[in-house]
Unconditional design. Sequence first.
Length: 227
Amino acid sequence: MSTANGHGDAVRVVVIDDYEIVVQGTAALLAPHADRVRIVERNDHGTPLEHTDVALLECFALTGFEDRVREVREHPLVDRVALYTWGNDPTQIEASLAAGASGFLSKGLTGDALARSLVKINDGERVVATHELGRGATQADERAEAGKRWPGRDFGLTERESEVLALITQGLSTAAIAEALYLSSNSIKTHTRKLYRKINVGSRTQAALWGIDHGFRPDREAGSGFG
């Protein structure tokens, strides 16, 4: 097995997102693999408190991800950046790598597969892993996956529906949300109709107000800890 940092230490990873609940969920997914991956503490702005091998950039409700990749990559405490997303659009993959990302990792990966990918990235490989959650997940992986959190999960919203609602809460139009998530406008409209039913609202304004009242505003401004 590859060693991290050349000294057998676990790869130092900071999870970055503007939603603290999402960060905690991803950290929980990696927790059973602490022999290979160690989660680095962050300050209130999301900036790592120590030298970090790989910054795992969560793409939950993230807009302008290319700029975010660049600013995180330029931080003096960060060596490499990997995107962590449900997306698998070839254009998004190409754009993220062109912006300087060393990895494009699917949220469908098990915790074990995610940890292995982070080790490879730290070893200097460029990793694109868009596989869905495999059937070979260990019990630890399954427990961690079940423990993943995102705004809206407790109300029956899928993570993708929650992303759409978060972007509605931020004031984005359907077209802008489609562009941010690399989905068609029709797909966004479908997600929007489904989430409206689940939270019992009938308009965009009502959905935005519901989102504000239920934790869909970012916990920090995008990029506030970097630059």
